[in-house]
Design a protein around this ligand. Structure first.
Ligand SMILES: Cc1cc2nc3c(=O)[nH]c(=O)nc-3n(C[C@H](O)[C@H](O)[C@H](O)COP(=O)(O)O)c2cc1C
Length: 390
């Protein structure tokens, strides 16, 4: 039997029933170039597809006839309770989707009671997110060729009270996202087709572009040369900051100077996970950067069981890349993850409806997780384990 599927195709994010529908709403709310920057993977986008395909291929074998009338989603993360097994992943240029996008994401995370990761390449200054929002804030770090700039971010994050430093290791060489290349005729100069498309998004123009201009990389602006401080200059300058020299010595260095939780993001095999634990990391993120870096990198869910087994309870294991359904999240926890970082799903919410849109994305995910718990005979995430995997 073939079923003709029909999705909501309007602009009201509140009517989106799933992250997929929210993605469709987002497509209508922001210009093509801004959404393709979010959606895209690198090169042939194999890894982007495999992330979803590998999750799709996992089936659940639920327990039946368990009283699940009282359920909850709370978990303990680094000694404190959070209200869902989720974190908002670090993403750069959030201000392109909605004015003050970083603040909106941080507020929605705080409202739900989960951590928010601020990117080094955020449009808001890390101090502003801490004073205006607070909540459980983690700082993502690119260790950059300018080590003075790297040190500056670390000491500011420390002073502002960020509870964790997340060192992203998989962007030593910048990924090649061909969608981004196609949308511009030269750095920060859109091609004609995209300029016409921008003009067809008056609400976005009035929220983002006309009053404020193209958002700048405020966190690192003081370190940019004058020509790098414009939108065009920033886009050209930022890729030069990535450092192919980064190595395990940087993990040792960060462990020495960073006083709180240290997380390594971008781990894809058990040996690297073990090494992170040996060097004193408190956690890892099993991540392929949402399929935006090495195309053909393995999907994260495929390597998770090996990694979780290798590190046992030594360190916290987080995962991201391709999580768009409650079932996906429960599968990861059944396979050994402690919690899941969400990247694009909450960005679709941001593009579709600002802070309330992000909250809508999170509420779709939490209600899906809650339903999956009930339907698999689990009262909480403590009941989720490999026994649920077919
Ligand atoms: C638009 C966008 C920007 C990103 N920027 C960063 C970043 O600045 N730092 C970082 O460590 N990861 C960055 N990532 C990767 C995310 O942190 C995360 O690993 C990925 O989005 C997870 O996959 P998902 O989008 O399928 O959930 C970015 C991802 C996207 C989609």
């Amino acid at each position: 039997m073939t079923i003709k599927r029909k999705y909501y195709s309007g602009k009201n994010f509140r009517r989106a029933l799933s992250i997929e529908e929210l993605h469709r709403v987002a497509r209508r709310c922001v210009p093509n170039f801004a959404l393709e920057y979010v959606e895209g993977g690198s090169e042939t986008e194999r890894t982007l597809q495999w992330n979803s395909a590998a999750l799709d291929a996992i089936r659940l074998a639920p327990n039946t006839l368990v009283d699940t009338s009282s359920r909850h989603l709370r978990i303990n993360l680094f000694g404190q309770e959070i209200n869902a097994p989720l974190l908002i992943a670090p993403t750069g240029l959030n201000g392109m989707l909605s004015h003050r996008g970083d603040i909106a994401l941080a507020r929605a995370a705080k409202k739900l009671g989960i951590p928010f990761n601020l990117s080094t390449l955020s449009n808001a200054r890390l101090e502003d997110v801490a004073t205006e929002v607070g909540g459980r804030l983690w700082m993502q770090l690119y260790v950059m060729s300018d080590r003075e700039l790297t040190r500056n971010i670390i000491s500011r994050a420390d002073k502002a009270g960020y509870e964790a430093l997340v060192f992203t290791s998989d962007a030593n060489v910048f990924g090649y996202r061909e969608w981004d290349q196609r949308n511009y005729r030269k750095p920060a100069k859109l091609n004609f087709r995209n300029m016409i498309d921008v003009a067809r998004h008056p609400k976005w123009l009035l929220d983002v572009l006309i009053p404020h201009g193209v958002p700048r990389f405020e966190n690192i602006i003081d370190f940019m040369p004058p020509e790098g401080r414009t939108a065009q200059g920033g886009v050209a300058f930022v890729p030069k900051l990535f450092d192919a020299k980064i190595s395990w010595e940087d993990v040792e260095w960060l462990r020495e100077i960073w006083p709180r939780k240290l997380i390594l993001k971008g781990v894809l095999n058990a040996a690297d996970a073990k090494r992170a634990a040996e060097l004193g990391c408190d956690g890892i993120v099993v991540s392929n950067h949402g399929g935006r870096q090495l195309d053909s990198a393995v999907s994260t869910i495929e390597v998770l069981p090996d990694i979780a087994q290798a590190v046992g309870d030594q360190i916290t294991v987080l995962i991201d890349s391709g999580f768009y359904r409650g079932t996906d999240i429960v599968k990861a926890i059944a396979m050994g993850a402690d919690a899941v970082m969400i990247g694009r799903a909450t960005l679709f919410g941001l593009a579709a409806g600002g802070e309330t849109g992000v909250s809508h994305a999170l509420s779709i995910l939490t209600s899906e997780i809650d339903r999956v718990l009930g339907q698999t005979g689990c009262r909480s995430l403590d009941d989720v384990g490999p026994h649920l995997l077919a």
